[in-house]
Design a protein around this ligand. Structure first.
Ligand SMILES: Nc1ncnc2c1ncn2[C@@H]1O[C@H](COP(=O)(O)OP(=O)(O)OP(=O)(O)O)[C@@H](O)[C@H]1O
Ligand SMILES: [Mg+2]
Length: 374
């Protein structure tokens, strides 16, 4: 799939292709450790990909290999048609916005940003630095020395430095994590606008789902050194490849309960709890009697007074601003179901109700492997 056509890309926009990329750390006297276990990503020119995953899953290692800050154990990294995995960092044409990336302490922020541009005799360097600094809300930082900057300010400088180099490929490792909530939202918006304007092919690592969803054309969800799913935010959210992805993406978290598949009268249902009821599912390839894990998002569940579904008791009810959250218990089950309810509705504790969900939103997963069953 490519999404380049509707995007204004500059002539410098390049594809970025990772093929079977592996990083194994070996240290003397220690067991070798596979941090990245064969990653494949095909990123279109000008596309913005968010790399999402738990701490330690290999996100930074992946970026460092692409940037040339870490050697590649095996596999290939291509920018356009050019194999770069054996090139030194400086020859790859990649902008790196890593927080740890050194700024030169004796120079002002402005000179740090200009450094490199001037060496390459880039025309309009001063204007470029001024304009990007304004857009990242950091004009007041230009005269300062790096040593005195807060971590949020350092992050903005690192981001500006990556952007002013006008790289065909931009790698950002948690670029906004130290900014306060409101600055974060504004800088995020500006980053996206700049990325579109210049057409950089970009990978952003983030822990923040909202950030990933708002920035990314596609998400790469990683766990344990492996890309678990690569797709648009909608694909990842609505059609999770496995239990890990289903649980990692989505807020509030997806409900996961045990169930048994029952096939009868041409319908597939999954039985939940001890005679608490069942949910119909559009997964039709699973044989009758199979024990599975059932995933259903709180946003896809509804509470009704009666009808076909799972009988529950409301154990806890929270009013949030735009919706409510009912935490329910199911007879014979340790885990209950959380249901997102409309803001206008009110539920009493101990109230009984029935949880329903559309069949296509009731996901089944292999009880052992967590693979999606369709
Ligand atoms: N130089 C190294 N030597 C040995 N192991 C390393 C080295 N660098 C990273 N690792 C290990 O590789 C794994 C992946 O690390 P990495 O920094 O890529 O994770 P991450 O996804 O960026 O995590 P976080 O979200 O916490 O930044 C971790 O288990 C880490 O301990
Ligand atoms: Mg990291």
């Amino acid at each position: 799939m490519t999404t380049t056509t509707e995007r204004p890309t500059t002539t410098t926009a390049q594809s970025l292709t990772l093929t079977d990329l592996v990083k194994t750390y070996t240290a003397r006297g220690r067991e070798s450790f596979a941090a990245v276990k064969g990653i494949n990503l095909d990123i279109a020119p000008g596309e913005l990909v968010a790399l999402l995953g738990p701490s330690g899953c290999g996100k930074t290692t992946t970026l460092r290999m692409i940037a040339g800050l870490e050697t590649v154990t095996s596999g290939s990294i291509k920018i356009g048609d050019r194999e770069v995995s054996q090139l030194p960092a400086a020859k790859r044409g990649i902008g790196v916005g890593f927080e740890s990336y050194a700024l030169y302490p004796p120079m002002s922020v402005r000179d740090n940003l200009l450094y490199g541009l001037k060496a390459r005799k880039v025309k309009g360097a001063e204007q470029m630095v001024d304009s990007i600094s304004t857009r990242l809300e950091m004009d007041e930082l230009l005269g300062l020395r790096p040593a005195g900057l807060s971590s949020g300010q350092k992050q903005r400088v690192a981001l500006a430095r990556a952007l002013v180099r006008n790289p065909p490929v931009l790698l950002l490792d948690e670029p906004l994590s130290h900014l306060d909530a409101s600055a974060r939202q504004r800088v995020r918006r500006e980053l996206k606008v700049l990325q579109r304007e210049f057409g950089y092919t970009t990978i952003v690592v983030t822990h923040d789902q909202v950030e990933a969803l708002s920035l990314a054309d596609r998400l790469a969800v990683m766990d344990a050194g492996v890309v678990q799913q690569f797709g648009t935010p909608d694909e990842v959210f609505d059609d999770p490849a496995n239990l890990f992805v289903a649980q990692f993406v989505g807020e509030p978290a997806i409900n996961v309960v045990e169930g048994v598949v029952r096939v009868a009268d041409g319908r597939t249902r999954v039985e939940i709890g001890s005679r608490a009821g069942h949910l119909e599912t559009s997964a039709t390839s699973v044989p009758d009697g199979t024990r599975v894990k059932v995933g259903v998002r709180p946003q896809d569940c509804s509470l009704t007074e009666s009808g076909e579904g799972v009988a529950v008791t409301v154990a806890y009810f929270e009013h949030l601003l735009e919706f409510g959250l009912a935490t329910t218990t199911v007879s014979g089950m340790e885990d209950g179901l959380v249901v997102q309810t409309p803001a206008t509705e009110e539920y009493q504790l101990e109230q009984t109700a029935v949880v329903t969900a559309p069949a296509e939103r009731v996901y089944l997963f292999d009880a052992e492997t967590g693979d999606r069953l369709r």
